[in-house]
Design a protein around this ligand. Structure first.
Ligand SMILES: NC(=O)c1ccc[n+]([C@@H]2O[C@H](COP(=O)([O-])OP(=O)(O)OC[C@H]3O[C@@H](n4cnc5c(N)ncnc54)[C@H](O)[C@@H]3O)[C@@H](O)[C@H]2O)c1
Ligand SMILES: N[C@@H](CCO)C(=O)O
Ligand code: NA
Length: 433
């Protein structure tokens, strides 16, 4: 048997992902050692309560509640606690003490990435976070390494499994938002408090990370425009189906060229996409990230964006790659933010809207509404009228692309127009020429 050098790994957190990382490290230790050229030795698991019931049985002698002490003894710290504190302090202390760190914590990387990357760079350590976006799907490493020689122009992803499950169920079964959310909770996709998922915070953290890596710049999470899915009604979904489209919660990161040079935009919102777009085929709680690069063209990364064993796969990949670096030496991958691009405000971002209005059903109304769009230099792409029994007709308008600010002005003007009884929905249309 080959005698490998040993790298001490401290695992912080033994929840859904942490317990699976522990299981895989213990079950596949020999094979991982052969692959990495070093034994990835689990020296301890930091938990809240050593006596807690767990789905995966973990060796009791490895459990400890002293996370700081455990982390201080390790070559590699794996942070799977979630949340900002104590995760941030533990990760920073570990990096400053010369350990490498693996984390799945998108909230931490999104909120404190620059601070953490600086700490890693200062000591020549490594911070790996493949599991933080798209779970098992390799997306961080492709952006950091495989595509490092190309120029990425756009990243558009379905990066939240819970909301994709909900919207998919509304399409497949005609479920209401309320019923779909209840089902997602029953199946364990949505947390007891699903705010981070349904209000788009989780996707916004991932958009920050994707935009920063793709464009070699820093995109603060506060500057990601964020809208959740709670306003998506069954009626929006039905209209989408009539139009051959689907509603998806998208994280969109793109470079925008303008008279003042290049800027970037990162945003999260539900939008309509064509039914034949590759992202439309992403069902249930799956994730996918569609990347467009100048030389590579379109690429799509698809798979399980969540789940204990699935996410543990990405953590193990990071561990093996860090272990390899310990064996063969040399610097690890560094996150570059040299481009230092300004962030475009959402009002400047070109997009397309679909509006559904209840309007007075009498002569001249259509012309009056078209005039309002014309006055704001917004061009109508499609118009559909449904005549009801009562005094109002339902009008569905699709626009050509225009800056978001102008589209909002149109909505504001329509809202106060005497012929408009109500604006029943406003949703963006993406991924179409
Ligand atoms: N579950 C997934 O599918 C998934 C996917 C991608 C990324 N992630 C990320 O992975 C991380 C872990 O997620 P999870 O689903 O395993 O969460 P979890 O809630 O199942 O596990 C977290 C564990 O950490 C423990 N913990 C928290 N604070 C602690 C402390 N101060 N001391 C000791 N123990 C503490 C909790 O008791 C819990 O057992 C999070 O950052 C999450 O965003 C999870
Ligand atoms: N809550 C997240 C977990 C994975 O990051 C989701 O639904 O996708
Ligand atoms: Na990933």
């Amino acid at each position: 048997m080959t005698a490998y050098r040993s790298l001490k790994v401290a695992l912080l957190g033994a929840g859904s992902v942490g317990s699976q990382v522990a299981r895989l490290l213990l079950e596949h230790g020999d094979e991982l050692a052969a692959r990495a050229g070093a034994r990835i030795e689990l020296v301890g698991i930091g938990v809240r309560d050593v006596d807690a019931q767990r789905d995966v049985e973990l060796p009791r002698e490895l459990l400890t509640t002293d996370l700081a002490r455990l982390a201080a003894s390790a070559d590699i710290v794996v942070e799977l606690l979630g949340g900002i504190e104590p995760a941030r302090t533990l990760v920073l202390d570990a990096l400053n003490a010369g350990a490498d760190v693996v984390t799945a914590n998108k909230a931490l990387v999104a909120a404190h990435g620059p601070e953490l990357f600086d700490a890693a760079e200062r000591v020549g350590g490594q911070l790996a976070f493949e599991a933080a976006v798209g779970g098992a799907i390799p997306i961080i490493r492709p952006l950091e390494a495989s595509l490092a020689g190309d120029r990425i122009t756009r990243v558009m992803g379905i990066v939240n499994g819970t909301t994709n499950y909900i919207l998919d169920l509304m399409h497949r079964e005609g479920a209401t938002m309320e019923d779909a959310l209840a089902e997602a909770t029953r199946l364990g996709y949505a947390e007891a408090d699903p705010t981070a998922d349904v209000e788009g915070y989780d996707a916004a953290s991932k958009a920050t990370i994707l935009a920063s890596l793709a464009f070699h710049t820093t995109v603060p999470v506060e500057q990601v425009h964020r809208e959740g899915i709670l306003d998506i009604s069954a009626e929006v979904v039905q209209q989408a189906e009539r139009d051959g489209r689907v509603v998806k919660l998208l994280a969109i990161c793109e470079r925008l060229d303008g008279p003042d040079g290049e800027r970037v935009s990162a945003r999260v919102y539900p939008a309509l996409i064509p039914g034949d777009h590759p992202l439309a085929a992403v069902h249930e709680a799956k994730n996918a990230i569609f990347v467009t690069a100048e030389a590579a063209g379109d690429l799509m990364f698809y798979g399980a964006g969540a789940g204990g064993p699935e996410t543990a796969s990405a953590v193990l990949g990071d561990l093996v790659s860090i272990a390899r670096r310990h064996v063969i030496g040399g610097p690890g991958l560094a996150v570059s933010s040299h481009a230092n691009l300004p962030i475009a405000p959402i009002a400047d971002v070109p997009t397309r809207y679909q509006l559904r209005l209840a309007v007075a059903d009498r002569p001249g109304v259509l012309a009056a509404i078209a005039t309002i769009l014309g006055q704001h230099d917004v061009s109508i792409e499609a118009i559909e009228q449904h005549v009801a029994d009562g005094p109002t007709a339902s009008l569905v308008l699709g626009t050509h692309a225009a800056p978001e600010g102008r589209l909002q002005q149109v909505v504001d003007a329509l809202r106060t127009h005497e012929d408009v009884a109500s604006i029943d929905h406003v949703i963006r249309i993406e991924a179409q020429a």
